[in-house]
Design a protein around this ligand. Structure first.
Ligand code: GLA
Length: 359
């Protein structure tokens, strides 16, 4: 018997670098997927079409030299630990059209897909929320990436035609309906800097320092408090705090704009978020800033910003219609200025992880 699962990637409409600060995020699952097939076997084996690599492994605590395999192994291992049961060996195949390293959460897509799939094939009782939490723990604990909960939550619990407001302080979720939403264009800058994960962890530490100095969680901090503490915080910590506090406020404003279908307002919030990520949180790149600058010159674009952890990856643009000509022009300029290839995807919202075939 073969069981196939489809696990989506995600975009984050707004609320960047807030999910490890008890803040708000507003992601959606998208129609770019990882497909994972489980087949009964007498040993553990995984094949990744992305890397065209097949590996046999055992389910022990050892990290593997093959990097992508650790995502698979970690997800299996942590599920088994969570349910306190030994699991059967499986042959697992991974393919799909979700690009890797583009800031669309391919790692959460894979890990949530494996945890969810394993629960189905082994008849393990786990809610979608638990699936997300186990995948998150596995990415932190086994793979060693200190990410927040946004990606796993949206991959596990996303719904078509909605964005999911996650209050990362209470872990509460609320679906915000968004039909007749502007076209969502993903522009992958084709550049991902090596320092990404180190800088990500550095930002987390800086935010912790802010909270320690001010004595309030960033979520509860007002911009007034940030301003009052400007001197004590010093330039860098002040800027980090300013971004997180103002970004939380932008998420709430974005929800109002969606509810009223005020797309111009929503677009302005996206541009403002990008400015803040660039100037205050300092996680943008020259390449991404260039693309944003070019998008701004086009009337048909409501707004755009970098999404995900930063230091490369993708931009999300909201557009009145498919901007084919406009994008071609930007691409030509971009590729003559930078040594990088731009990739463009038009995406829609989608459902969270699910089983799609049993044969
Ligand atoms: C990465 C992490 C998320 C989140 C974003 C920044 O995508 O995996 O948890 O922190 O960066 O918003």
């Amino acid at each position: 018997m073969k069981y196939t699962f489809r696990s989506p990637g995600r975009i984050n409409l707004i609320g960047e670098h807030t999910d490890y600060n008890g803040g708000y995020v507003l992601p959606a699952a998208i129609n770019k997927y990882t497909h994972i097939t489980f087949e009964e076997s007498d040993h553990f084996e995984a094949y990744s079409k992305y890397f065209d690599q097949r590996v046999k492994f055992s389910l022990d605590e050892k990290k593997e030299n093959v990097e992508w395999l650790n995502y698979v192994k970690g997800a299996l291992l942590y599920t088994s630990k969570h349910v306190k049961k030994k699991i059967n060996p499986w042959k697992i195949e991974i393919l799909g059209d979700l690009p890797l390293g583009a800031g669309l959460s391919s790692s959460a897509s894979l890990m949530v897909g494996i945890v969810y799939g394993l629960c189905r094939v082994e008849n393990l009782e786990m809610s979608r929320r638990q699936v997300a939490n186990v995948a998150h723990k596995a990415e932190n604990g086994f793979v060693g990436v200190n990410c927040g909960i946004m990606d796993q939550y949206i991959v596990a619990m996303g719904k078509k035609n909605t964005f999911m407001l996650i209050d990362t302080l209470t872990k509460g979720i609320e679906y915000i309906h968004a039909e007749r939403f502007p076209k969502m264009i993903i522009i992958d800058s084709g550049v991902k800097h090596k320092l990404a994960s180190g800088e990500y962890n550095k930002r987390r530490v800086e935010c912790g320092q802010v909270e320690k100095i001010v004595g309030v969680r960033l979520r509860q901090m007002s911009l007034d408090t940030v301003e009052k503490n400007k001197k004590t915080l010093g330039d860098t910590l002040y800027k980090r705090a300013f971004h997180v506090v103002s970004e939380n406020d932008r998420v709430l404003k974005a929800i109002e704009a969606i509810k009223k279908s005020h797309w111009e307002d929503l677009g302005r919030l996206l541009y403002a978020s990008h400015e803040s990520l660039r100037n205050f949180y300092e996680v943008s790149t020259e390449e991404m800033d260039f693309i944003i600058g070019e998008l701004k010159k086009n009337e048909i674009i409501y707004g755009a910003r970098m999404i995900g952890g930063g230091f490369g990856g993708s931009i999300l643009a909201l557009s009145r219609r498919e901007p084919s000509e406009e994008i071609s022009k930007i691409r030509a300029k971009y590729e003559s200025k930078f040594d990088a290839k731009m990739k463009v995807y038009v995406v829609t919202t989608s459902e969270g992880v699910r089983e799609i075939q049993r044969a």
